[in-house]
Design a protein around this ligand. Structure first.
Ligand code: SF4
Ligand code: SF4
Length: 383
């Protein structure tokens, strides 16, 4: 039986939030169920990039602060960390901590901010598709990990839940290699599940108070959902988060489909405790085309190429908004973005549709566009 706690929580007022998080965790036995005195506790936040809290890209600093206090009360020593998109450097981390409000959280609570950008290969015999991972040392150094995802839509994985948030355990640009090795969303999702089991957070707490809809995980619109969710199981938390977002059937979400495929959903039962979950029906959620790759496997190459051209979504660069920073060029796993006269140009034939360029662009200069035929076949980009 996998327990998921859920409560309504209306905003980031610290006093109220402290009360709400305590109630949430009490539903799971309290913070002391997960943290022992003296343990080094990593709060694995979502720090995709340095964005202010109101942009709803990163885990809300008020929530990180409240959880830091609770862990400290339980005797834990808190380290706040993530490997953001782009190069994993001390300079990039410093900027991201400042902009996201986490530097202030650390100053106010005495928590440590991670600046260890080292990495190491970790064997993982239990992985189904990945028998080892290269992880950031900050992950390995923690006695206990508490995963703090932000409830956001995502152009590749439909939404970013607890499982996807752990992709930040892979340091910096190495993430691109995983995209490249597993360009198919079903295999990429299986890799994410292996990774979640390898990183093994003891607790996952979803910041679902204000999340994101539309062009997530960085270019969408903030959306008030008004919920906090928590579970020791990242997969169970994602199932309930997908329910909340109104994703039906749940298997449309690639990570949940991957969990179902390996029998994780059939073999466990969910116990939802706390407030009543009322699913949203109007959240702008990207439609994910899991079918196009299946078509690729069955059809002759010319037909498949045609389908590719007329059905699949593609990244489109808005040169008016683009500031020519080159982040997309440096982070493209397939190396298909070239800079021409200071602006990115993509060779779509070899694009693996990972949408890292859209995810990482600080200036919302990359849009995911779907050809007209694709819209007719698969529906609008948003459900
Ligand atoms: S599209 Fe965005 S990430 Fe790429 S160069 Fe322009 S501003 Fe930078
Ligand atoms: S162009 Fe964008 S979507 Fe295509 S492979 Fe590069 S980062 Fe991924």
């Amino acid at each position: 039986m996998e327990k998921v706690a859920i409560i309504r929580s209306q905003d980031y007022n610290e006093e109220r939030l402290h009360r709400d998080v305590r109630v949430l965790l009490d539903l799971l036995g309290g913070v002391k169920e997960f943290v022992r005195p003296g343990q080094r506790v990593l709060l694995k936040v979502n720090l995709l990039m340095g964005k202010p809290p109101e942009a709803a890209v990163t885990t809300a600093p008020a929530l990180v602060k409240v959880i830091t206090r609770l862990v400290q009360e339980a005797g834990g020593r808190v380290i706040i960390g993530d490997s953001p998109g782009g190069p994993f450097t001390v300079k990039a981390l410093k900027r991201a901590y400042e902009k996201s409000g986490l530097a202030r959280v650390a100053a106010e609570t005495g928590a440590e901010l991670n600046y260890n950008t080292g990495q190491e290969r970790v064997p993982f015999a239990g992985g189904r598709y990945n028998k080892s991972f290269v992880l950031g040392k900050f992950i390995r150094e923690a006695d206990v990990i508490i995963n703090l995802p932000k409830l956001k839509t995502h152009g590749l994985t439909m939404f970013t839940g607890a499982v996807k948030n752990l992709f930040g355990a892979i340091p910096g640009l190495l993430k691109a290699e995983y995209h490249l090795k597993m360009p198919r969303i079903d295999l990429f999702s299986q890799m994410l599940i292996d990774l979640a089991f390898c990183v093994k957070p003891v607790l996952n707490i979803m910041d679902g108070i204000i999340g994101m809809e539309g062009e997530g995980p960085s270019g969408g619109s903030p959306r008030e959902f008004g919920y906090l969710l928590a579970s020791p199981s990242a997969v169970a938390l994602d199932v309930v988060s997908a329910l909340l977002l109104g994703i039906t059937p749940l298997s449309k979400a690639p990570v949940i489909a991957a969990a179902g495929e390996r029998g994780l959903l059939a073999s466990t039962q969910l116990e939802i405790v706390g407030d009543k979950l009322i699913p949203y029906r109007d959240v702008k959620i990207p439609v994910i085309e899991q079918k196009s790759n299946l078509l690729d496997q069955k059809l002759p190459a010319p037909v498949s190429n045609l389908l590719d051209k007329f059905l699949r979504p593609k990244p489109v660069f808005n040169h008016q908004k683009c500031l020519g920073c080159g982040d997309c060029n440096r982070c493209c796993p397939a190396g298909v973005i070239k800079m021409a006269k200071g602006k990115p140009v993509v060779v779509l034939e070899n694009c693996i549709r990972c949408f890292c360029c859209q995810e990482l662009c600080q200036y919302q200069a990359v849009e995911i566009k779907r050809p007209l035929l694709g819209k007719l076949v698969f529906g609008n980009y948003y459900k």
